[in-house]
Design a protein around this ligand. Structure first.
Ligand code: NAD
Length: 473
């Protein structure tokens, strides 16, 4: 038995089995998460299919209003959800942590309610009226990761139901409890069956991708899992949006003032402890300012209070789970073994919790694991370059293409170079900023499709053309 229940057809459903969710700051158990069986997944999909019949035909204004109600419910329960999120995810309550995530979730839900996909009249003359409309696809399966569990869940759920779909969401087994509670809260303002939540291990996600009555998968996670999702979704030819991993490069041009840009670079690299898909993960710095830039980055990355996120003055929490912690430490040790120079951090404190301070490693290069692999943690490699074309070639040299940035005192020059980056979002003099009205997605292996704004909304619909002949019947 678990302390929490699945949410199916508006009801909390207990399960026979549960598994422990670990607080990464203390390594204590936060709670027992329900373990859904295949039969319970079927029940959730059936509830969503039945709810789709009415929800897909509800007036558009009512679905828009439901998004507003979700935003209000998130705001009303923000403190409770933020506390649970900190306990299972590790991020601090303050700074760009749990309270920030809840604020973002409410803002995204509210904005999505204001978006619309009106009909487009293509032809209207004496012979015919031809109208392009957008219809919901059906039951949407949402699979989310552990880094921004609630924000990403809202990015999946709200545009889906805004456009008339119904949803079955499966959160990461590392951070499932806050999503279960959030879905329960959202169900207070939605008809039963419109939004359902099942929890379990990775296999449950695979069952969703194989399920014949799920019409679309929206998946956010790693590239490797994204490839598996695409493979098993092919059998039933599901619609897919894949938001996958990144290894974003930032290129620092020779004209910058290192002191002026260092805080922004550190913020872009270590947002959510570096556990952000579009964090800055490889920093290319021009040789002429390399040493000064390194010194200013160390200043900006120092004196950050690391600890249990429930303490109000904590600004950096632990890495979210042991597997990820071991990976980040392994990349760090490999870099040091291959001649990387540790500028700051790297000392791993004793005691419980998966803590690692902000760590900068200089004198590393492409071909080393710390550069070529997504670290997804508080670890940033700093790479020296002399030739700008070569730096751009190296920035574009990996299979990833989520974000990238160019930093320059001359924004025109910066924008020209940023446009040459092979990525979904190219920033100039900042990194990682997103907004609910700006499309976001990856190119190359970082994903398929976009989220946010009208372009993101379209991903939850298919086009139907209504072609009415005006010739006499
Ligand atoms: P992950 O791929 O390990 O897991 C993501 C989700 O997929 C989890 O819910 C997991 O249970 C599920 N899953 C695992 N195997 C599955 C399978 N075979 N079929 C279906 N579902 C399966 O990713 P993670 O470690 O939770 O998240 C970190 C990764 O996510 C990083 O690579 C990060 O860059 C990426 N990410 C991308 C974005 C984006 O918008 N592009 C946003 C956040 C995170």
């Amino acid at each position: 038995m678990s302390d929490y229940g699945l949410i199916i057809n508006g009801e909390k459903v207990p399960t026979e089995d549960g598994f422990p969710v670990i607080n990464p700051a203390t390594e204590e158990v936060v709670g027992q998460c329900p373990f859904a069986t295949r039969d319970q997944l079927d029940r959730a999909v059936r509830a969503a299919s039945e709810a789709f019949i009415d929800w897909s035909r509800v007036a558009d204004a009512e679905r828009a209003a439901a998004c507003g109600r979700i935003a209000d419910a998130l705001t009303a329960h923000a403190e409770e959800l933020a506390s649970l999120l900190t306990r299972e995810q590790g991020k601090p309550l303050n700074g760009l942590g749990s309270r920030f995530e809840l604020g973002g979730a409410a803002a995204w839900a509210g904005h999505t309610g204001t978006l619309a996909l009106p009909d487009v009249v293509i032809q209207d003359d004496e012979t015919a009226r031809v109208v392009q409309t957008r219809k919901p696809v059906g039951v949407v399966g949402s699979i989310t990761p552990w880094n921004w569990p609630l924000l990403i869940a809202v990015w999946h759920i709200v545009p889906a139901i805004r456009t008339g779909n119904t949803v079955v969401i499966k959160p990461s087994p590392y951070t499932p409890l806050s999503t279960l509670r959030m879905v329960e809260i959202m169900n207070e303002v939605l008809p039963p069956g419109v939004l359902n939540c099942v929890t379990g291990e990775d296999e449950l996600g695979q069952w969703m991708t194989e399920h014949p009555y799920i019409q679309k998968i929206i998946f956010t996670g790693s590239i490797n899992t994204g490839k598996k999702v695409m493979g098993s979704s092919a059998k039933s030819l599901k619609r897919l949006t894949l938001e996958l991993g990144g290894n974003d490069a930032g290129i620092i041009l020779d004209d910058v003032d290192p002191a002026a840009v260092a805080p922004g670079i550190i913020a872009g690299a270590f947002l959510n402890n570096g556990q952000t898909c579009a964090a800055l993960k490889r920093l290319y710095v021009h040789d002429s300012i390399y040493d000064d830039m390194c010194a200013k980055l160390v200043e900006a990355a120092s004196n950050v209070k690391m600890g249990n996120g429930l303490e109000e003055d904590t600004m950096q929490g632990p890495i979210q789970n042991k597997m990820q912690y071991d990976k980040v430490v392994g990349l760090f040790e490999d870099a040091v073994a291959h001649g990387g120079r540790v500028l700051c951090g790297g000392r791993i404190p004793d005691g419980p919790g998966y803590f690692m301070p902000y760590t900068l490693v200089a004198d590393v290069s492409d071909g080393m694991r710390i550069v070529d692999e997504e670290q997804f943690g508080p670890l940033l490699p700093i790479i020296r370059y002399t030739d700008l074309d070569d730096a751009i070639r190296r920035a574009n040299g990996l299979e990833t293409g989520l974000g990238g940035s160019v930093w320059s005192a001359d924004v025109e020059r910066g924008a020209e170079i940023a446009a040459r980056l092979e990525c979904g979002t190219a920033w100039v003099n900042s990194h990682g900023g997103i907004a609910p009205n700006v499309p976001f997605g990856g190119v190359k292996c970082s994903g398929i499709g976009v989220e946010f704004g009208e372009e993101g909304l379209k991903e939850y619909t298919t086009i139907q053309v209504l072609n009415v002949s005006k010739a006499a019947a």
